[in-house]
Design a binder for this molecule. Structure first.
Ligand code: FAD
Ligand code: EPU
Length: 356
């Protein structure tokens, strides 16, 4: 297996490997090496090799939250650790899931097993191992609502450490895996706990029309899939990375000023006292739907999504994102922050700095 692994690495290093099918923007970028790692020992070997040669290493899932700015000059390692294990306790189902499982398949798997709780998070692209990083969320649920722990491989020590959910720093599109545990670590699995006494979450969109007394997890799953299909572009047909920017969080004072000027502005009070605004609405008010730069455009049906309409380059997307951000700032004095991670030749760059 070791020989096989090095052979793969060597073949890739000669030819360079296209990442077109490893980024949902479908950008035509390459990496010098590509490794698909299905064992922790392989992951450690790849890390050691890249350290020895001082070449960059990028961990990748399905590439649904990244923007490659150019070709990657090192090794892209795709996480392929598989396995879903279910333990039953009196009141709860406990799942341990390996990081290389597909998130949506996990949602379907639990529903088939008669376990509710993940249905609001249906159809989110990507792998399980990426889900804790930005604490994926949709339709009133975030990963932190169901997460029990995250297993993190520390490349420096070669050990896997279990981090309880309470210590993961989960916030809106945020966690410690974007900060102190970003470099030199890889998520290898996580634990979920799902209550047997299932309760529906019906706060959002068409879900509010469902009857909480009779609704089933599968009905919610179907409604979420229908809403997502009607709003979001299918990334297998039109390249995109979901919401390009995060919804901005502003202070109560700033929101009051905005509400007095724009009485229809959607605003949502958060538990920490901040107000969340809708980036889609802000972009929409700037009349940017359909706005195009080269092969990239603001998606006409959901303006928070930037799409690769036709052979877009990384530069097209960067110029478009900068234009959207500047236009929103000129009108509302709000600077949107990208949700998408910007990857340059030797690793991640600060996306706000790239767009400034
Ligand atoms: P990737 O894009 O491959 O990686 C994302 C980042 O995580 C990169 O920086 C990468 O280096 C790092 N990384 C990946 N795996 C690991 C690991 N095992 N250990 C350490 N670091 C790692 N997100 C939501 O929250 N809600 C939504 O509703 C939603 N809808 C979307 C709809 C569409 C059409 C698309 C294209 C995207 C959407 N997203 C949404 C964003 C995206 O699906 C999530 O961020 C997802 O978790 C990314 O998974 P991935 O495997 O593709 O990650
Ligand atoms: N809106 C407009 N014009 C439009 C579309 C939307 O003004 O053309 C306004 C409306 O006021 C609407 C509001 O935007 O009520 C919110 O729109 P939507 O319900 O589509 O949600 P969103 O805030 O744009 C967020 C997440 C999505 C997640 C959905 C559903 C972020 C950055 N995005 O989008 O996550 O699926 O809610 O919960 O938080 C992602 O992260 O990639 C992603 C797709």
């Amino acid at each position: 297996m070791q020989d096989q692994f090095y052979m793969v690495l060597n073949i890739m290093s000669i030819e360079g490997v296209s990442l077109k099918h490893h980024n949902t923007f479908a950008l035509l970028v390459n990496t010098a090496h590509l490794v698909i790692a299905d064992r922790i020992e392989l992951m450690l070997k790849v890390w050691q090799k890249t350290q020895k040669h001082q070449t960059p290493l990028l961990i990748l899932g399905e590439g649904s939250n990244v923007l490659f700015l150019e070709n990657f000059a090192g090794t892209v390692m795709i996480n392929h650790l598989k396995g879903i294990y279910i333990r039953e306790k009196k009141d709860t189902w406990h799942l341990h899931v390996s990081a290389g499982e597909n998130w949506h398949n996990l949602v379907c798997y639990t529903l088939k097993a008669g376990i509710g709780g993940l249905e609001n998070l249906a159809l989110i692209p990507g792998l399980v191992g990426s889900a804790p990083i930005q604490n994926i969320g949709a339709y009133g649920i975030e990963l932190h609502n169901v997460c029990e722990y995250v297993d993190l491989l520390d490349f420096f020590t070669g050990t896997v450490n279990r981090i309880p959910a309470a210590q993961c720093g989960f916030g809106y599109r945020d966690s410690i895996f974007k900060h102190q545990f970003q470099t030199g670590y890889i998520i290898v699995g996580f634990g979920l706990h799902l209550r047997k006494k299932w309760r529906p979450t019906l706060k959002y969109g068409s879900l509010t029309q469902l009857n909480p007394a009779t609704v089933t997890p599968t009905q919610i799953f179907n409604a979420v899939c229908a809403m997502r299909r009607s709003k979001l572009p299918n990334h297998h047909k039109i390249g995109n990375a979901g919401s390009f920017f995060k919804n901005p969080l502003v202070s109560l004072e700033q929101s009051k000023e905005l509400i007095s000027q724009y009485p229809n502005i959607p605003n949502y009070l958060q538990t920490n006292g901040c107000i969340k605004l809708s980036a889609s609405w802000l972009i929409d008010q700037c009349q940017l739907k359909g706005y195009r730069v080269g092969g990239a455009a603001v998606y006409p049906y959901q303006p928070l999504v930037l799409v690769n309409v036709h052979n877009a380059t990384s530069q097209d997307i960067v110029i478009l994102a900068r234009y959207v951000r500047n236009t929103v700032a000129d009108k509302f004095n709000i600077w949107l922050e990208p949700e998408v991670r910007f990857i340059a030749a030797r690793g991640e760059l600060n996306s706000v700095e790239v767009l400034s």
